[in-house]
Write a protein that binds this ligand. Structure first.
Ligand SMILES: [Zn+2]
Length: 71
């Protein structure tokens, strides 16, 4: 049987990558969501991390990778 037997209609949530504006499917297919790729994630992340790092000089940011958006 096909996957259609589970739910009659499955509409994936689409978000835009904040870095390059590419459409990203909000699912397990996109582990870097809302970014389209790890590269875009690092670009955006590096943007502010660089700044706050310079200002605060704070080496503790172990919490940034936390993912709590599980279905
Ligand atoms: Zn991107």
């Amino acid at each position: 049987m096909s996957e259609n037997t589970l739910t009659s209609k499955t509409v994936p949530t689409i978000v835009q990558c904040p870095t390059c504006k590419k459409e990203v499917e909000w699912s397990e297919k996109s582990p870097h969501r809302p970014f389209c790729s790890e590269r875009c994630k690092l670009i955006d992340f590096g943007d502010w991390a660089d700044e706050s790092n310079r200002i605060a000089g704070n080496p503790t940011y172990d919490d940034v990778m936390g993912e709590d958006l599980e279905y």
